[in-house]
Design a protein around this ligand. Structure first.
Ligand SMILES: Cc1cc2nc3c(=O)[nH]c(=O)nc-3n(C[C@H](O)[C@H](O)[C@H](O)COP(=O)(O)OP(=O)(O)OC[C@H]3O[C@@H](n4cnc5c(N)ncnc54)[C@H](O)[C@@H]3O)c2cc1C
Length: 426
């Protein structure tokens, strides 16, 4: 398999690069290991202000509806957090004084929405709260087991029966000016939260539940659909385990599922996320990046990784792979000329991109710009029309022997954490 660009990681950063590059006419593949931070998403894109035109276009074309207002949003336990750019179903308020009386509505048997903690928190802000539970025949099967009564399972039903929820809430509503519902609406149909708001004669606020996040999964599905509509190849449920690196260039990656079929490309993007997504791995001795063996910005003294004060900022959370100012990944002190890094795998090593979703999106756009600036289309033979000095005698990466000698693999270099293990499978 051969592409212009192979992107490792299908979270917010990987999807942003894939969509942007497909739109520019490059052929891309995204290798996506599994769950990503969007599955735990609050609905607020942190450290982003009103979307710049290209982000606004990306969201609009993917069918992701956002709004922007500097203020606060309601958290699952009834506290408030500063927020700005958010999905449309996340209510943004100027202050935590969001109303006078609230009706908090939960589903019978649903334990992942903490209605009483939520009400307690809101009462501290001066809001009088009344909690009520509703039960719908469509949820009866799920109610038989708490492990089935989860946000996504409920959301699958709600896309069809949300009107019944509106009817039930209308019956329950007395003199409350605010209704609070769990964020379990609009999984497949993003218009549902808006239609619920229209149907209830009070301010409707959707509050976060325990993961998985329904707004986050919807966002991921919309991004994936947009990517595939643009012709991208999404290799879901697979994992890049190692890479062939030679002469300062990445030539191909090996995945767990495709085994001996190398995935070749002119350019590669690393967007594998932080520790949570296994983009970074740690053991008692080191922190490593397992696919390309990139250098990681981290203190060599393990005692410096943690701050003993539990609530203080933890240094290890800021660690990430090293990349130069053009976002080339750095390996053994030198940049790899066709590998760019985007998203939270960068840690806080590039503060210019912001943090959280801001880091994912801004660095993804920056990595795309770097590739688009350099990309030379290939000719009919599959060779790069502009020959790179690092190519072999045929002038064509694709014609190199698929059986790389040992020096081509980073298994030969000093083993780094999980890298060593992954190389054994080659
Ligand atoms: C639990 C959690 C909740 C968060 N909530 C928010 C929030 O509400 N708002 C906000 O602004 N920010 C939030 N963040 C910050 C978050 O990191 C960014 O917002 C952003 O979504 C990160 O995107 P990413 O693409 O860089 O990484 P990720 O979302 O982590 O995606 C990386 C992907 O790469 C895949 N992957 C890893 N290794 C491989 C491999 N070898 N081969 C193939 N695939 C691989 C992973 O499976 C994963 O799917 C949260 C972070 C976490 C950890």
């Amino acid at each position: 398999m051969k592409f212009d660009v192979v992107i490792v990681g299908g979270g917010l950063a990987g999807m942003t690069t894939g969509i942007s590059l497909q739109k520019e006419g490059l052929s891309t593949a995204i290798i996506s290991g599994g769950q990503n931070a969007l599955h735990f998403f609050s609905g607020t894109f942190e450290s982003l202000s009103a979307p710049e035109p290209r982000l606004a276009t990306l969201f609009q074309e993917a069918g992701i509806h956002v709004h922007y207002k500097e203020g606060v949003r309601l958290m699952p336990l009834g506290t408030f957090r500063p927020s700005a750019l958010s999905l449309e179903d996340i209510s943004l308020f100027e202050t935590p004084k969001i109303g006078r009386r609230a009706l908090v509505v939960n589903f019978l048997g649903y334990h992942d929405f903490f209605s009483s903690f939520l009400a307690e928190g809101l009462e501290k802000e001066g809001l009088e709260c009344r909690i009520r539970f509703i039960s719908l025949p469509e949820l009866e099967q799920l109610q038989l087991s708490p492990s089935e009564m989860r946000s996504v399972q409920i959301a699958r039903k709600m896309d069809r029966v949300w009107e019944k929820v509106v009817q039930e809430v209308r019956v329950l509503l007395k003199d409350e000016d605010t209704v609070i519902l769990p964020q379990v609406f609009g999984l497949l149909d993003p218009s549902v939260p808006g239609r619920i708001r229209q149907g209830i004669p009070a301010q409707v606020v959707f509050a976060g539940t325990m993961p998985p996040s329904v707004p986050g999964i919807r966002t991921q599905m919309l991004l994936k659909r947009r990517y595939e509509v643009l012709g991208g190849t999404f290799l879901g449920g697979d994992e890049a385990v190692s890479a062939h690196i030679h002469g300062g260039r990445v030539h191909s990656v090996v995945t767990r599922n495709l085994d001996s079929h190398y995935i070749e490309a002119q350019w590669f993007i690393l967007a594998t996320g932080g520790y949570f997504s296994k983009g970074l791995r740690s053991n008692p001795f080191e922190i490593s990046e397992p696919v390309f063996g990139l250098d990681v910005e981290a203190s060599e003294d393990r005692n410096q990784w943690y701050n003993p004060s539990f609530q203080a900022d933890q240094p290890y959370m800021g660690y990430g792979v090293k990349a130069d100012s053009s976002l080339h990944g750095i390996r053994e002190g030198a940049p790899l000329e066709n590998l760019f890094v985007a998203g939270s795998v960068l840690g806080s090593t590039h503060p210019e991109f912001g943090s959280a979703a801001g880091l994912a999106i801004n660095s993804a756009f920056a990595a795309c710009d770097q590739i688009l600036r350099r990309h030379a289309p290939q000719d009919d033979t599959g060779c790069h029309s502009e020959r790179s000095p690092k190519q072999d005698d045929t002038g064509c990466h694709s014609e190199r022997s698929p059986k790389l000698d040992d020096t081509d693999c980073h298994s030969e270099r000093s083993p780094k954490g999980g890298v060593e293990e992954s190389q054994k499978e080659m």
